[in-house]
Write a protein that binds this ligand. Sequence first.
Ligand code: UDP
Ligand code: MG
Length: 328
Amino acid sequence: MTAVQGAPRLSLVIPMYNEERNIPALFARVFAVCAKLPFAFEVVCVDDGSKDATAQLVRTAQEANPQLVLVQFARNFGQHAAVTAGFAHARGDWIITLDADLQNPPEEIPNLVAQFEAGFDLINTIRLGRQDTWFRKTASRWTNQLVRRISGIKLSDFGCMLRGYSREVAKAIVACREYKTFIPALATLFARRPVEIGVGHAAREIGVSNYSFLKLLSLQLDLITSFSVSPLRLLFGLGALSGLLGVALGLLLLVMRFMYGAEWAANGALTVLGILLIISSLQFFAFGLLGEYIGRIFQQVRLRQPYVVQTVERRGEAIEHPQTVVDA
Ligand code: UDP
Ligand code: MG
């Protein structure tokens, strides 16, 4: 079956980092699925500074598949930067992201398309039967829970990269120009009608994960710090705790002094501890106060859009859609 020609309605965005061995099977499965779609599509491959033949393989495949677009980074900037660049260059109304290592089955694409057709503008996903190590699954469960609590973003699975974004949501993400962000979480801020669906997940058959323990930790920290300043507020909590302990110890010492005399309380050593606790509580409060201001500076410099206008309507005039003006 030959694919429909013309301006693409669907753009696939695939970040690739040293994935030369996965590309043949990836393209075979992606094109088998997409050729059956009743509209035109494109496949935007973002080569995130691969050191292997990834970009060359995409270029070669372009000869037979004009739907392929190659965006090549000068060096490795990370998966989320690669996806953002893919959004900036995608021309479709609907954008679906997926991993190049076939952990996200391309056969799920029609299920995401069906959600776009039903009018949803952000298709969040939950990996059903996730095929990763016990460590990865446990770490994700904890981070998902923590991020849900501190950011108020109620997603079941932040980490699945097989997701759907309307062009408007994707362009709003590009317009944020955020440094080190986490796209699935950021997208929720701009969606009008989000939905969450289950998708399949496979083990990585070829190669190993690009995320070492340290890189994974850094990614989870990006997720937490990009969407909440609560870690800074924790300093106030620590200050209050230290102050309470200091005051409680002081009171205890006072009572014991009257009951058992001056030789009690290790000749003043415990008094010093009580005073230290109170002084350190003042320091924590001072850090917390600085943290409040730094948090505000951080939120301000991020230049995240404070709101998204969908339409502007004036009596007797055509409806404006300012959101589409948000352009990269
Ligand atoms: N990836 C990328 N840049 C990176 C790391 C990963 O573009 O610095 C791509 C990678 O090629 C794959 C996807 O992001 O398509 C997910 O990466 P990986 O499979 O290594 O991560 P995991 O599935 O273990 O989370
Ligand atoms: Mg993977």
